[in-house]
Design a protein around this ligand. Sequence first.
Ligand code: GP9
Ligand code: MN
Length: 620
Amino acid sequence: MKATSENKKSYLKKMLETRSTMAVCILLKYVVYYYLIEWSKFSCVYVIISTLITYGLYYSISKSKIKHKRLLFGIMYIGFSIFMFADVMYFNYYNQTVSIKQFWQIGNVAKVPESFVATLIPLSIFIISDIPLVLHQFGNSVKEYVDKKTQVKNKKKTGRIVVAIMLVIIIASNPMESASIAKFTGEEFFVNHTNDIIENTVGKMSEDDLSEEEVLKLISENKSQTSFSGNYSGIAAGRNVIMVQIEAMQKCMIGKDYNGITLTPNINALIQNDTLYFDHFYSNVGKGNTADAEFTVFNSLYPSSERECYTLYEKNNFRGLPWLLKNSGYSTMAFHGYEGSFWNRQNAYPYQGIDNYYSMEKLNQDDIIGLGISDKSVFSQAVNIMKQSKGPFFSFVVTLTNHHPYVMDESMWEIPILDEDKDSKFASYLQTVHYTDEAIGQFINELKENGLYDNSIIIFYGDHHGLNKDMDDNDIYMSRFLGKKYDYDEMSKVPLIIHIPGSGVHETISKIGGQIDVLPTLANLMNIQLDERYVLGQDILNEEKGFVAFTAYMPEGSFITDGAMYELSRQKIYDTGRAWNPDTGESLLVEDYKAYYDKALNLKKASIQLLDHNYIPALK
Ligand code: GP9
Ligand code: MN
């Protein structure tokens, strides 16, 4: 008996150690990879190519005369596997594979582990679980005796593999700029990453730098000019500015009921009086999410696709809202219930014109929900500090409780969840949205009680989506909730609410606008003089045609304008993108919108050039 079970064990061991088992393992690894990223009609071809490349490397290294073969192959194989795993995670979040530009994000992932774990796809573990088997198998293969004859044969094979690798590099660099190669470079694992490395090293070096004059020309040729005066001019001049950036608040939550309960009763009430409400307003953040929302709102500049502008351009000169107000005698402050170092805020804020930053460490940590101090507590503490201001002030509050993965004790849940939505991220999101709305109601009351309400302009806007359409089956729950397909138009739409107590204004503005437009819109309302040359957005209240370019979640070149939204394809070929009417979902002909695509790329390029060269002069 004993002998049979040992026989079985050794048979299994032998089976596992065969080269064909390993080849199947590698093949399956790529099937899982392409399946988790996006299975397309070419995926089978990609699986075969990726497997052949991996197997080729395995074969050529194991048979080569290199000294530390095991170490070399081990590093390579573990490296590929980690990259594949990162791709899957990143794609799940950003709808893009990871670039070498994004290595810095590992640090942020480690800082917010709850979000990382909530983003993890169980099947993705398969991508890294074969590593011990393959490396063990490689070790065995190295041990094998290779006689002179086979060495000669192997030399030839190694030569062929070197040629194959060269071919990958040539294809990846796509010297003829062929559209079909571009499709391939965007999707096959090795070609895609080789292409990314080439683009971000050699490509970066050969990129043309623009002079200050050229950048300003590019801006004036591409942006729509606004006079910063006209409708509603000056109606909020001289008031305190209280600006609240609401974490992950989507527009579609506003004014909606769920299972008989109104989700945002306090925001709904605010919109009814003394308010300009923008219901076609979009988030245009880059890879710095929350921080980029702040950055673009303050400065009317487009963020970078690389990382948060607060780090890339920490010490640049700026002429944004906090600076402009500071220059006219306002005191400036910011409040946020999370670590001061996150998104480099504590270092960047002074250069943005914010003098006092009350981060988590400087506030009373009396009520923690999820990541940090609860919105209700931060609002109350902010009111107590604001009321000590001697003159006019700019106060910026960044909320946090409605942050992914929407963790809040169930005893605080107030929205009864339908059976069909139970145990979903969507269900948790509704609870924290409702909580934040309640906190906003409390905030308005506290402003009134402390005499800070009447003489202020109070602005609320969402920083970015809460429910990514490609994660957690959000598209299913959200499509049912909305009664239409959940697409980027709803995902990136956030509310903008400008509340001016006692002004008598009451309008819902449905023109297209985005975070890029907040500075010029407020400048008109408050009679603030702007230097138009460095402002990339427009005053939504007086614009002729709305336009917002996107940076993250959809590839750069994607945009929205009145009546049309365009998403550039992953392969970055204009014609293979899609255009649709954001209100009706009806498909539109992409060829009708090429000029807007050029405009999006030009404005984004101009913004990055302005920032890279620090061309904006300091305010005097
Ligand atoms: C952290 C908070 C969240 O300070 O602003 O940032 P996010 O993860 O949403 O970009
Ligand atoms: Mn955020």
